[in-house]
Design a protein around this ligand. Structure first.
Ligand SMILES: Nc1ncnc2c1ncn2[C@@H]1O[C@H](COP(=O)(O)OP(=O)(O)O)[C@@H](O)[C@H]1O
Ligand SMILES: [Mg+2]
Length: 310
């Protein structure tokens, strides 16, 4: 549905998008995950033809994208990172205004504006002007505008930054619903790992303008060297277990703290049940344990050497 081939963009001497290639299949939600400054918004601007790349190609629905190609652009809906709304106009008027830019008119326009307001959960507030809206409600209208012309490909740029949990959930659920009910292809740009874990079929991790990993969450976890964490509490017996425990296959690192130990477990070779059995065999009397699968944050840390939240 969307294919980026070797996209590059420089600002004076600084490479902001660096040979980015990426394919999104019809009906999948692809997360574009990267820290601030990774080049996500620049990539979105290039796809929306606001910005010309220095090199590379974009294919949408098997057609080469050019700034002049209106047909191709109609397939896409773009939700920009910065709000693009008329504050003095009502929610309904904003949707209708942007709908007319897509050539919609008459009852088709009015019906669609109503539908979109319902979809975004703001139909009751349709006559209120945008300046009376909360940040989250504005974000929902910002998204609604991109949906007016029923795009087959929806690209959202950090749509939930700094908003209330209710609006955030609404946006996440709407994205899921679009995929489920209409088979919409979605590119979801964010630096929130939890959103990507919740929403996305595949994750593209971007840093310094480059794609550094792409795959399902499970594929990324497998391919990275990041480890699972097993935290155990045990009855103190005065005995030292560290050395013996270190011999157990699958345990990569042990940190002891009084009657608690934290283990890094290699998911490729560590079988948690077996590790627990072996620890008990050493005489350790476990009182509780907690097992955490490696998450995208750790995968990211492993791949880039830094935290997503830096
Ligand atoms: N118009 C511009 N002129 C110069 N540098 C820019 C411009 N826009 C973005 N940049 C730089 O490009 C890099 C990537 O920015 P951006 O695409 O906004 O990243 P992200 O959306 O991932 O936070 C940043 O270092 C930013 O400062
Ligand atoms: Mg951005």
């Amino acid at each position: 549905m969307l294919e980026l081939i070797d996209l590059t963009k420089k600002y004076s001497d600084k490479i902001v998008v660096d040979g980015l290639s990426l394919k999104a299949r019809q009906g999948e939600i692809v997360g574009l995950l990267g820290p601030n400054g990774a080049g996500k918004s620049t990539t979105v601007s290039i796809i929306s033809t606001i910005l010309a790349p220095d090199s590379g190609e974009i294919w949408v629905d098997q057609q080469l994208l050019k700034p002049s190609s209106c047909e191709v652009r109609r397939i896409m809906g773009i939700v920009p990172q910065e709000l693009a709304l008329y504050e003095a106009l009502s929610a309904m008027d904003n949707l209708e205004f942007f709908g007319t830019l897509y050539g919609m008119s008459g009852n088709v326009l009015k019906d669609r504006a109503r539908e979109v307001l319902e979809l975004m959960g703001l139909y009751d507030k349709r006559h209120q002007s945008i300046q009376e809206f909360s940040g989250g409600m504005k974000r929902r209208i910002n998204m609604g505008i991109a949906l007016m012309h029923n795009p087959k490909l929806l690209i959202l740029d950090e749509p939930t930054v700094g908003i209330d949990p209710q609006s955030r959930n609404h946006i996440l659920e709407t994205v899921k619903g679009l995929k489920r009910e209409f088979g919409t292809t979605v590119i979801y740009t964010t630096h929130y790992m939890e959103e990507v874990e919740y929403l996305c079929d595949r994750v593209a991790i971007m840093d310094h303008g480059k794609l550094i990993a792409y795959g399902t969450k499970e594929e990324l976890q497998k391919s990275s060297e990041a480890l699972d964490t097993l935290t155990l509490a045990f009855q103190p017996t005065g005995q030292e277990y560290t050395e013996d425990a270190a011999q157990i296959p699958g345990i990569a690192k042990i940190t002891m703290d009084k009657n608690e130990m934290s283990l890094l477990v290699d998911p490729k070779e560590g079988n948690v049940i077996e590790i627990l059995d072996q620890l008990r065999y050493l005489g350790i009397q476990l009182t509780s344990f907690q097992y955490e699968k490696v998450n995208l944050e750790q995968v990211f840390l492993q791949l880039t050497g830094k935290s997503l939240r830096d």
